[in-house]
Design a protein around this ligand. Structure first.
Ligand code: ASP
Length: 597
């Protein structure tokens, strides 16, 4: 090795300040800094280096008349070299003040300067202005993370989690870590499996959530538990999903849904206050699942705007419009969204919406434009005057309003109109991100039908308690049974949710039976929980919230990858390390595993 390649691993002097924190008030101070070279400008006599660390950038000045050695060393510095500098803080000359930079009133006149490490020229500039392909960002994540936004995002994440920990600690919650090597937990996704070398042919499953273990902690008497828990779900990655993610997971003994919800609200309020200084003012509104579907066509309604769905069947009883009449005769309904006159859709846009609905859902979209001189639209001529006046009244429709209508069963039509509503809200700029519309959607159904309609499945997970008022329906009308389950929604995004759990052994076995699990299967998968429930389990309930999603909202980004240090791509790959990768034949042999590709 050449002598010039050998650097001491120890810094030449102690740092006194972070670059980005220096201000006019520091004038006259001797400071010692280290950081990365953002830019170097050689002005013949003087050299300027913008030095960057996690707190920002400060300008260094090298004057050969002041320190020839420092000036000479600075001449060799290049972008992303890591350097140390000592010097004096001085005020910049009046014309040289940079109002854009928090440190822009001062600069540091350098006496001593050392390059602590060189850098190959970076593949992209370390600055927020540059737009870089995601794959490249992830491959050179160590450089990408040096960018100011990523530094701020991860710091905001730290603050949010710290605020939540402080809040939960103050509320008497105890953080307990649960194992990563565990058994399959039923959150509805595929498991990541880990072979056990010492138990050949056997596998751990990485937890999809700490669900069962947190229930067991209640049975074990901890009363209030929480954890920032890592969860693993092997799903095909849609946008904004990661194979592993963190959730704030909590559980309480003997809560009512309100008790869990108010703890969660306090937690969110603490995070918003700490990171953004925003006062959330709980309690958030509560809305039943049935109402959310009826009014917004969604179990996570975006409440930043209206355009609510309306069941207009009553205005159309006995209608002469055949398609509507047929649906109404079959106990279906006609549902509408009224687009007020200030939001105009061109005929071409209406046709696009209609074609879109037809292509995606094989369903027709009917529309009518309310006009004083006579209603317009393909179906206007089929509606009687009485129907028109009923509709006007029901929808409070005014001249120029457009009524979009879809007919069918509520279960089919509500989500379709719910999507349409979001499309319209987006199109007309009604989904302003600065508003914060929180709500709880409560009383979800306990079960839904599998796609082939053959089996009952849990809407949440199988440990969710049925609503006490619906207990007697469990056998006769399982699909009409509500659950004591709730989701927190912010601006149309599900932030998390939870439920009161089943704490009776018999009821848990009954629910497993309804889900088509034989007693043997139930015992082999969840026997430990069932036995624990029979050991004096107290009533309990809790919830979990995605840390990543919360941080996205706090940072105002729409990519999960912007709030994670080392995320994976849509193909579950880490381009930096190359994970996942092949392993040695020897390792596979030890695990008694054969790859059959
Ligand atoms: N275990 C649930 C989840 O991870 C949350 C809960 O019910 O507490 O989504």
């Amino acid at each position: 090795m050449a002598k010039s390649d050998i650097y001491s691993p120890l810094p030449p002097w102690q740092r006194t300040d972070y670059c980005g924190t220096l201000r006019a008030a520091d004038e006259g101070r001797d400071v010692a800094l280290w950081g990365w070279v953002q830019t170097r400008r050689d002005h013949g006599g003087l050299i300027f280096i913008d030095l960057r660390d996690r707190d920002g950038i400060v300008q260094l000045v090298f004057n050969p008349a002041h320190s020839a050695a420092a000036h000479e060393a600075a001449a060799n510095a290049r972008s992303e070299y890591f350097v140390a500098a000592r010097g004096k803080v001085v005020r910049r000359a009046e014309g040289a003040v940079n109002a854009e930079l928090p440190t822009g009133e001062i600069e540091v006149v350098v006496n001593d300067f050392e390059v602590l490490n060189v850098a190959t020229p970076p593949p992209f500039a370390i600055d927020d202005g540059e737009s870089v392909a995601e794959e490249i960002r992830l491959k050179y994540r160590y450089l990408d993370l040096r960018r100011p936004t990523m530094q701020q995002n991860l710091r905001a994440r730290h603050q949010a989690v710290k605020a939540i920990r402080d809040y939960l600690d103050a509320q008497g919650f105890i953080e307990v870590e649960t194992p990563i090597l565990f058994k399959s937990t039923p959150e509805g996704a595929r498991d990541y499996l880990v072979p056990s070398r010492v138990n050949p042919g056997k596998f751990y499953a990485l937890p999809q959530s700490p669900q069962i273990l947190k229930q067991i902690l209640m049975i074990s008497g901890f009363d209030r538990y929480y954890q920032i828990a890592r969860c693993f779900r092997d799903e095909d990655l849609r946008a904004n999903r990661q194979p592993e993610f963190s959730q704030i997971d909590l559980e309480m003994t003997c809560p009512r849904p309100d008790d869990v919800q108010s703890v969660a609200e306090g937690m969110f309020a603490a995070a918003y206050q700490r990171v953004l200084g925003v006062d959330l003012k709980p309690p958030f509104i509560r809305m039943s699942y049935a109402e959310a579907m009826e009014r917004f066509g969604s179990d996570k309604p975006d409440m930043r705007f209206g355009l609510e769905l309306k069941n207009i069947s009553s205005a159309l009883a006995g209608t002469g419009f055949k398609i509507f009449a047929e649906v109404l005769a079959k106990q279906g309904g006609v549902y509408a969204i009224k687009l007020p006159a200030e939001h105009q859709l061109a005929r071409r846009e209406l046709d696009e919406l209609t074609d879109g609905l037809k292509a995606r859902h094989s369903i027709g979209l009917a529309w009518i434009k309310v006009a004083d001189g006579g209603w317009q639209g393909p179906i206007a001529k089929y509606l009687s005057d009485a129907e028109k006046s009923n509709l006007s009244e029901l929808l409070s429709a005014k001249n120029g309003d457009l009524v979009l209508m879809v007919a069918g069963s509520a279960a089919k039509v509500q989500p379709i109109l719910g999507d349409l509503r979001l499309q319209l809200g987006g199109k007309f700029g009604l989904r302003h991100s600065s508003d914060l519309k929180f709500l709880w959607v409560v009383d979800f159904p306990l079960f839904e039908c599998s796609e082939d309609d053959q089996r009952l499945m849990s809407v949440n997970h199988p440990f969710t308690a049925p609503h006490p008022d619906d207990l007697l329906r469990l056998d006769s009308e399982p699909l009409g049974t509500r659950a004591l389950a709730y989701d927190m929604v912010l601006n149309g995004e599900e932030m998390g949710g939870g439920s009161i759990r089943i704490h009776s052994r018999e009821l848990q076995l009954k629910v497993f039976e309804l889900l088509g699990l034989s007693r043997e299967e139930a015992m082999s998968r969840f026997g430990f929980l069932i036995e624990a429930l029979g050991s004096g389990a107290p009533p309990h309930g809790g919830c979990a919230f995605g840390v990543d999603r919360l941080c996205m909202m706090l940072c105002g980004t729409d990519s999960l990858r912007d709030v994670l240090a080392f995320p994976k791509t849509g193909k579950a790959v880490d381009p930096m390390s190359g994970a996942p990768s092949e392993v040695d034949a020897r390792q596979l042999k030890e695990l008694s595993i054969k790859v059959t590709l």
